[in-house]
Design a protein around this ligand. Structure first.
Ligand code: NAD
Length: 389
């Protein structure tokens, strides 16, 4: 029962993405997915990804991971994931808005604030969530709780945008580093992916005294042994679209970046970037999975055998869905919380979850991933038994 999804929906969305008048522009058909894995503990919850490589297999795996994440952090949600196979860099903002709204029109029967609540992921952001909210509200009345990760002006939560990177990866990286006696101050950190999660992670680790020695995006990486200025990198990306050519850095490929000597390696981009081809060459002491499923199963075994500690995705990046839950609660209450309240609750809960997983791992003599799965699967099974699913 837990191996297969509760429901899988695929929709086709015809669009003329480069249309300038009524008749021109090539007609393209985009395929969108929503996989709802399990809802024993509450409504389905999970991100929406816009990326050319999106496919049903990937969305299935990510939906299942969401079931374990929401259970691990003990919030009343199940797990889902969705996406559209699309290269958003080739679309105008207007075409992206139409594509998003048509996706919602077709998926509306399986969505709902007590049924399934999407959120941002790769290639989507608060603006995309605002378009989703608008389209859903047209036929259901104003429903801010239909999505999380919205702009603040439409019922978004303070702290949501930076929740995954800022509060969590950095916070959990700090705790895990402490456990292996690695001071974060002056630690060298390499981050793959400089989007929402990668940027906020980098920014927060710098405030903790770490030095970001290499960063990358889909085009490639940049490196500076004395430490990259994150604000300058962000400005450079805002101006040029990519990290490439960042002054004061030398360029390298994503493959080279992952094999650099460093204290902490943070994959914050896509799946499977640490795999059989490079797991023997990883030179970090700690790997923190900011991305979902960035380390393949066999590579995980290799890293463990080589004595490299891995903080698994379902623990490391769970702050995003935790603050999404806080956002949903604020929408239900129609009462926004202060930024400090959100961050304090986030840190308190994550601290408890990390300690529970670490203590279980030590008791059982297993790694953090196995212990995290044991807690999460136990909670889902108990809900299934109680409800007589
Ligand atoms: P994003 O779209 O904001 O950024 C993605 C970054 O990765 C960009 O810099 C992009 O150029 C880069 N990238 C894309 N393909 C790449 C490749 N093949 N090689 C190297 N870099 C590549 O996405 P995000 O929201 O930062 O998400 C990053 C990861 O974190 C994903 O795995 C996502 O599922 C996971 N995650 C995100 C959240 C969230 O709150 N946004 C929460 C939990 C987990």
């Amino acid at each position: 029962m837990l191996l297969s999804a509760f429901r899988e929906t695929a929709v086709s969305i015809p669009l003329r993405p480069h249309r300038h008048s009524d008749n021109d522009g090539e007609l393209r058909t985009y395929i969108g997915y929503r996989v709802q894995h399990n809802h024993a503990r509450g409504p389905f919850k999970g991100g929406l990804r816009f990326h050319p490589s999106v496919n049903l297999g990937e969305i299935r795996a990510l939906a299942q991971l969401m079931t374990w994440k929401t259970a691990l952090v003990d919030i009343p949600f199940g797990g889902a994931k969705g996406g559209i196979a699309v290269d958003t860099t080739q679309l105008s903002a207007h075409a992206l808005e139409i594509l998003t709204k048509r996706f919602v029109q077709k998926m509306a029967p399986v969505l709902g604030m007590h049924q399934d609540i999407p959120a941002p992921d790769i290639g989507t952001n608060p603006q995309v969530m605002a378009w989703m909210l608008e389209e859903y509200s047209k036929s259901h009345g104003y429903t801010p709780g239909i999505v999380t990760g919205k702009p603040l002006e439409l019922g978004g939560s303070a702290g949501r945008l930076e929740a995954t990177g800022h509060g969590v990866v950095a916070y959990l990286a700090g705790k895990a580093a402490q456990d292996i006696h690695l001071p974060v101050k002056d630690a060298s950190v390499v981050i793959q992916g400089f989007g929402n999660v990668g940027f906020h992670t980098a920014q927060h680790l710098v405030t903790m005294g770490a030095k970001i020695t290499a960063l990358s995006d889909a085009r490639g990486g940049v490196r500076c042994e004395t430490g990259i200025d994150i604000a300058q990198a962000q400005r450079h990306v805002a101006d040029s679209g990519w990290l490439e050519g960042l002054p004061g850095t030398e360029s390298l490929s994503n493959a080279e970046l992952l094999e650099l000597p460093c204290d902490i390696l943070i994959p914050a981009a896509v799946e499977g970037t640490i795999n059989c081809d490079n797991s023997e060459a990883i030179q970090a002491r700690l790997v923190v999975e900011a991305a979902n499923i960035p380390v393949t199963h066999l590579a995980d075994t290799t890293l463990r055998e080589r004595g490299i500690t891995v903080v698994p995705d379902l623990l490391a990046n769970v702050g995003g869905v935790l603050v999404s839950y806080y956002e949903w609660v604020q929408n239900l209450q129609e009462f926004p919380w202060e930024y400090d309240t959100v961050i304090q609750r986030l840190e308190r809960r994550l601290g408890r979850v990390y300690t529970q997983v670490r203590d279980l791992a030590q008791q059982r003599g297993v790694d953090l991933r196995t212990a995290a799965y044991e807690v999460a699967i136990g909670r889902v099974n108990r809900a299934i038994d109680l409800r007589g699913f």
